[in-house]
Design a protein. Structure first.
Length: 341
């Protein structure tokens, strides 16, 4: 079965072809980062317009890479939510229009399920069950994953997600957008002993997170140094911030493993590419004898491959999940725990 995946939930347009026998055949991605950088964040209307321009050229690109004609596509999977409403509508309309033209069924996919399952595309995929730390954009959640569609929420952020804290703190330091990679790079040059920032909910005795206070602490430090903050001082603040957020994420992951008795941990989403987080988790995995899995770096951010793969996994469980029903709706707010197995 050949599945075309279309991802357009935010500021990346991704398309991919996944074959249930031959694996991932081709994928292509266009990022809008350069366009949104001048505004300091994603402008939804501009994002939607750009998806319209990119979807069909990317489709032609993945078809050419795979060597398959468009008539060989069996199912078209698209991101139905969550995400920006206008951006989601572009992907949904492209999917349903193409499905109608080719007389192929379509399937709406949950964006976060795509991230959760993306480590299964790696060369060393995890087996079920496992604990998943989902750190993607506005989401920071710990899930128990027993299979496709079998997700139990263990804990989540009560305010800012980790990715939001990265971006907002980077902006306070004048690092621009996107802030996550920039503040992580700057932290490598920082002195860990200059500043000490809070570790929110580190000892909360539950698996929830809170990062709004950490961002506020960064703001306080920056305001106190506003007249004479230098590049080294920015690096020191960045180091303190990254150390704090990594310590909290790692501690909660360890607590989730202990609480469930599981020995496999999956990290999914954009923050999963963070070098400091990976180093800290790998060190703990060796020490405490559990195994940690990550998506390939190219699949940490939003991409079409994870949508094609999640769609294929859904169809293997339920071949009737895709329908030749081309009137569509999108779900900008769609909690993962509401997803039916």
């Amino acid at each position: 079965m050949l599945v075309l995946g279309i991802e357009s939930s935010c500021d990346e347009t991704g398309l991919a072809l996944y074959d249930t026998q031959d694996g991932l055949l081709a994928h292509a991605l266009y990022s809008q980062v350069a366009m949104h950088e001048q505004y300091g964040g994603v402008v939804p209307e501009l994002a939607s317009r750009d998806h319209i321009q990119r979807a069909i050229p990317l489709l032609e690109q993945v078809l050419a890479q795979s060597g398959r004609p468009r008539t060989a596509i069996d199912v078209i999977a698209y991101t139905q939510g969550p995400g920006l409403a206008g951006a989601l509508l572009v992907g949904a309309s492209v999917a349903c229009g193409l499905g109608l033209a080719l007389d192929k069924p379509v399937l709406g996919v949950h964006h976060l399920e795509g991230h959760l399952l993306s480590p299964l595309l790696a060369r060393d995929p995890p087996a079920f069950p496992f604990i998943a730390l989902l750190v993607s954009g506005g989401h920071t959640q710990l899930m128990r994953v027993d299979g496709v569609g079998q997700y139990a929420l263990l804990g989540e952020t009560l305010d800012d997600a980790a990715g939001e804290a990265f971006d907002k703190s980077a902006k306070l330091l004048g690092l621009g957008y996107p802030g996550g990679p920039a503040i992580s790079r700057l932290a490598e040059f920082g002195d860990p002993d200059v500043y000490s920032l809070p570790r929110p909910m580190l000892h909360s005795k539950n698996l929830n997170f809170s990062f709004s206070g950490l961002k506020t602490a960064v703001l306080t430090v920056v305001k106190n140094q506003i007249t004479n903050i230098c590049e080294q001082d920015k690096a020191n603040v960045a180091r303190a911030f990254v150390d704090a957020i990594v310590e909290v994420l790692v501690a909660k992951c360890l607590a989730a493993l202990k609480q469930t008795g599981l020995k496999r941990l999956v990290i999914a989403g954009g923050v999963g590419a963070n070098r400091q987080l990976r180093e800290a988790l790998n060190a703990q995995a060796e020490k405490k004898r559990f195994k940690v899995f990550y998506p390939e770096l190219e699949f940490c951010t939003d991409n079409g491959a994870m949508i094609a793969f999640a769609g294929a996994m859904r169809l293997q469980r339920n071949p009737d999940a895709a329908q030749r029903e081309y009137s569509f709706n999108v779900r900008p707010r769609w909690p993962l725990e509401q997803l039916q197995a």
